[in-house]
Design a protein around this ligand. Structure first.
Ligand SMILES: Cc1cc2nc3c(=O)[nH]c(=O)nc-3n(C[C@H](O)[C@H](O)[C@H](O)COP(=O)(O)O)c2cc1C
Length: 433
């Protein structure tokens, strides 16, 4: 009769079973055919440091770092990018957090961006060797290691004193591209230095053509291969969440924010040494397609339009020689349209018909969101608030972890749809819910 032996986990294992397992391992290790395989499998499972081993074999160990209270205390404790938001909220003055969090009106378009992803399901494929995958994408002749880039965000210094420089270093460390805002807190020269490679420059043109020309020339001289004209801020906006949060801020805003355009942009390095005395509007009042034509004539590199959300405008952009489009509603902070960017992406992709790259942003928080956009024809995606949450919470390491988490999730779902490279993600990878 065989004896039962108590295991470490309190279960009972039959001695006979243990004996036969030992015998099998002795046999296997003596076999020239099986020994190397067994050794490598065991070695593979033992390397707990690799995300692959953790994800595939040791799920239970992933959440091991212990948290005090509800907030993560360092980036390594984050399970997803949402974990950074409450830490950022805690770290920021109410008005600055409100500026980051705000959509417009009732924030319904902000919410629509997220909800849009839930209307698309992913079709997974089996029995495809996906051990090696390649997430690189080529845009304007440059190879990006990942299709996830940082969207332009204004006044990043309001969220962390190292501002865009820290974000640029994170991009360098993790192999991502970024776009700098005209009203960023760091100059394009410094950003490019920190990233160690050219970045894209997002243009708010102002209503003074002389200023526009100087901004474009400076960005191009610094090495920016693409000028991104944002076209979705023409109509004004009602950022109610910001206004509400600001009421809870006891500081005197005018200590830093001196009224008047010249005073406000005097703190923005991209306006250094530029005469802004004739500027009345940052966003370029009354811009039309003629303006795009005029800008096209001075931009030496690539011209990108950010904020396109209809097939009509996408087609016109092609007619005006635009080199790429960023489908965007400014993260739900331009107008309360109730349209999600992922929802309008297909009509833009159809209109563009592969002629130019189509990028997209708005509510991207998960690797699965990225996969859905690429499946619907996007070339790459940008993230806004998540990297600012990471930055406000922990500086550069926070941004790095946000990028790591999104990239890791993206690689995981890429494997599950059986794609070894981005070109293998296509319409068959998704379905409507
Ligand atoms: C605080 C903040 C400031 C922003 N500033 C700019 C800007 O200066 N120029 C611009 O084109 N878009 C700006 N955006 C929009 C982002 O580029 C991007 O479209 C949006 O954040 C993407 O949505 P997400 O935040 O849900 O990822 C800003 C967004 C936020 C949250």
């Amino acid at each position: 009769m065989s004896r039962k032996t108590e295991t470490r986990h309190g279960g009972a294992v039959d001695d006979g079973v243990q004996l036969s397992r030992r015998k099998f391992l002795e046999f296997a290790s003596a076999s020239p055919l099986l020994a190397p395989q067994i050794a490598s499998t065991i070695a593979g499972l033992s390397v707990l440091g690799t995300s692959e081993a953790l994800a595939q074999s040791y799920d239970v160990l992933r959440a091991a770092p212990v948290m005090n209270g509800d907030l993560i205390a360092n980036p390594s404790q984050a399970l997803n990018v949402f974990d950074f938001e409450p830490v950022a909220k805690n770290a920021l003055p109410p008005a600055h957090y409100g500026y980051l969090a705000s959509g417009v009106d009732a924030d319904k378009t902000l919410q629509a961006n997220r909800d849009g992803f839930d209307k698309i399901a992913i079709r997974t494929r089996r029995l495809i060797d996906v051990r090696k995958i390649d997430t690189s994408v080529k845009i304007f002749g440059e190879t990006w290691g990942s299709p996830i880039a940082l969207a332009p965000v204004s006044s990043v210094g309001a969220f962390n004193s190292e501002a865009e420089a820290a974000a640029a270093r994170a991009c360098k460390a993790k192999g991502h591209q970024m776009i700098l805002s005209t009203v960023g807190s760091t100059s394009i020269e410094d950003c490019i230095k920190e990233r160690g490679a050219p970045i894209w420059y997002m243009l708010y043109p102002t209503d003074d053509w002389a200023v526009t020309q100087l901004l474009v020339a400076r960005a191009e001289m610094a090495g920016a291969p693409a000028i991104v004209l944002t076209v979705d801020r023409q109509g004004g906006r009602n950022t109610e969440t910001l206004f509400r949060d600001r009421r809870g801020d006891t500081r005197t805003c005018t200590d830093c924010h001196t009224p008047g355009f010249a005073n406000e942009v005097s703190r923005k390095p991209m306006f250094d040494n530029i005469d802004v005395s004739k500027v009345t509007n940052l966003y370029g009042t009354g811009m039309t397609w003629d303006y795009v034509k005029r800008l096209r004539s001075i931009v030496k590199g690539k011209l990108v339009l950010k904020g396109i959300v209809t097939h009509e405008d996408a087609k016109t952009a092609l007619d005006y020689g635009v080199d790429a489009i960023i489908v965007s509603n400014h993260g739900g902070r331009a107008e309360e349209s109730l349209q999600s960017t992922i929802g309008v992406l297909p009509e833009i992709v159809t209109a563009v018909n592969g002629k130019i790259p189509v990028l997209i942003d708005g509510g991207f928080r998960r690797g699965t969101d990225v996969l859905k956009a690429l499946a619907l024809g996007a070339t790459a995606v940008c993230i806004g608030r998540p990297y600012i949450w990471g930055l406000a919470a922990f500086g550069q390491p926070g941004v790095e972890m946000v990028l790591t988490l999104m990239q890791r999730e993206f690689e995981t779902i890429m494997r599950q749809v059986g794609a070894t490279k981005l070109a293998e993600i296509n319409g068959a990878s998704v379905t409507r819910v």
